[in-house]
Design a protein around this ligand. Structure first.
Ligand SMILES: *Cc1c(COP(=O)(O)O)cnc(C)c1O
Length: 472
């Protein structure tokens, strides 16, 4: 393929994706609306895409940029002079490392566990799975915030970490970090604050005079904080920060290995070779925006969030799950309305909103991560139309036979035959061809009727079938 054809193909393939710019994609991507800053960041990514953060003595530029970014973040999280940090590839890696470091700080605890609120990000369950740290999941209160007393009571001899969110992804509310961190500190246990999505918003919200519950290193007992550059720092994908109160707390995260014939491997993160691209992209973005830029962007995003939350509260058919503490909005149906159909109707109008399946006694919901570039009036107009269209469309029919089948299937032993039936029932396979249907509501309704373990099994099997080498 020649260069022109390759460029054309890249553009054509990307056309199938959700738009990254425009503020109409309310999950996965975060848009500042500042095209010049984006262009600058992409230049930086391109210029450093081949550089390798594996060895800071070979690529001192990347170490310098990392140290600059950590210093900038220190202002945001009330970091003490002793605070240190590491750039990771994303929020999940930051959370994984917080768990790994906490585990390895206590080699004498042979059955390590961590106390987490049930609203904690799934990244911590991934960490539990990867690192053999048992997750002790504590129910949240009726306000969806972590129950500090219940979490304190759940700490025992095996606890190596306690986690709070600022805010939680699904509900967008900040946990009572002061009480949780105090309980952890009293027992000599580390306390991680997952501010992956709020870390670049809440500090500016406070500077704008909004009420923000304490969540930073100003809170005694907080030992580490994760904050994503590729979310509300509006940096290109692949950058997050894991910040520790002291170098000693970070130390177990570092890995060195000299016992092989090659170079002595010395890694600060899960990755060894680390592309310089995301580091340079984040550095360029943060330099270009600065605190003043972020203050403006946060004002825009929070104003848009306020407008959207008020609009939803006033809208017949939807109710807010909680009053937003930052830029996240979640809403559920309060009448005969299918929220999955609302997602489809929004997609028809070129808006992407994220469906959240029912959980425990909580109904399915819509989730929005509002960006500075999101136009709240245009959003609300589309939402109003979408809700009206969804009510008119009525409930999504789910095959009773399939629902019965779901109750009998064992997630651990899901076979190919049963999977084929499920795929067909969900509209994920037509005529033997695997693919996403035009409308996702039937798929979501089907998944929603399944218990969580079965949802996982079905989605894993689906991904497994999607991810196969190109044929023909
Ligand atoms: C996004 C997010 C994560 C995971 O981050 P990724 O960058 O998607 O890996 C973890 N915790 C919270 C609260 C988040 O919002």
């Amino acid at each position: 393929m020649g260069p022109d054809e390759i460029r054309d193909r890249l553009v054509a393939m990307q056309d199938e994706d959700l738009p990254v710019r425009g503020g109409r994609t309310l999950a996965y991507v975060y848009d500042s609306g500042l095209s010049e800053v984006d262009a600058l960041a992409r230049e930086a990514v391109a210029a450093y895409a081949g550089s390798n953060g594996l060895d800071p003595t070979a690529f001192p530029s990347l170490l310098a940029m990392e140290n600059d970014l950590v210093a900038f973040a220190r202002d945001l999280v009330d970091g003490p002079d002793s605070m240190v940090g590491t750039i990771t590839s994303g929020g999940t890696e930051s959370c994984l490392l917080a768990v790994q470091g906490a585990r390895d700080a206590h080699p004498e605890i042979t059955d390590p566990s961590m106390v987490v609120p049930e609203t904690v990000h799934a990244a911590f369950h991934k960490a539990a799975h990867y690192f053999g740290v048992r997750a002790v999941v504590v129910p949240v209160g009726p306000d969806h915030r972590a129950d500090a007393a219940a979490m304190a009571a759940a700490i025992d001899q095996t606890t190596v970490l306690v986690v709070a969110s600022a805010p939680s992804y699904a509900h967008g509310v900040v946990d009572p970090v002061t009480e949780i961190a105090a309980a952890a500190a009293e027992r000599g246990v580390r306390c991680h604050v997952d501010a992956c999505i709020g870390g670049w918003v809440l500090p500016y919200a406070a500077r704008l005079g909004r009420e923000v519950a304490p969540w930073t290193f100003a809170v005694e007992g907080v030992t580490s904080i994760s904050t994503d550059l590729h979310k509300y720092a509006y940096a290109p994908k692949g950058a997050s920060l894991l910040l520790h109160r002291t170098p000693a707390l970070r130390r177990p995260q570092y890995f060195a290995h000299a016992g092989w014939p090659g170079y002595t491997m010395l890694n600060a993160t899960l990755q060894s070779t680390r592309s310089g691209g995301p580091v340079a992209g984040a550095w360029a973005t943060v330099q270009a925006l600065g605190h003043d830029g972020y203050l403006d962007l946060t004002r825009q995003a929070l104003d848009a969030t306020d407008r959207i939350a008020a609009g939803i509260a006033a809208l017949d058919g939807l109710t807010l799950l909680a009053a937003p503490d930052s830029t996240l909005v979640a809403a559920f149906a309060d009448g005969p309305l299918d929220v999955f159909t609302v997602c489809d109707e929004m997609a028809e109008r070129d808006w992407f909103v994220q469906p959240q399946l029912s959980y425990d006694d909580q109904p399915p919901s819509l989730h929005l991560a509002v960006s500075a570039a999101t136009d709240p009036d245009a959003f609300l107009a589309a939402l109003q139309d979408s809700v009206a269209a969804s009510i008119a469309a009525g409930p999504v029919p789910v095959d009773i036979g399939v629902v019965d089948l779901l109750q009998t299937l064992d997630a651990a032993t899901l076979g190919d035959d049963e999977f084929d039936i499920l795929l067909a029932a969900g509209g994920l396979a037509t005529g033997g061809e695997l693919g996403l249907p035009e409308r996702m509501a039937p798929v979501n309704a089907l998944l929603d009727a399944a218990p969580p373990a079965l949802r996982e099994a079905v989605l894993v099997a689906f991904l497994d079938r999607l991810a196969r080498p190109t044929t023909g």
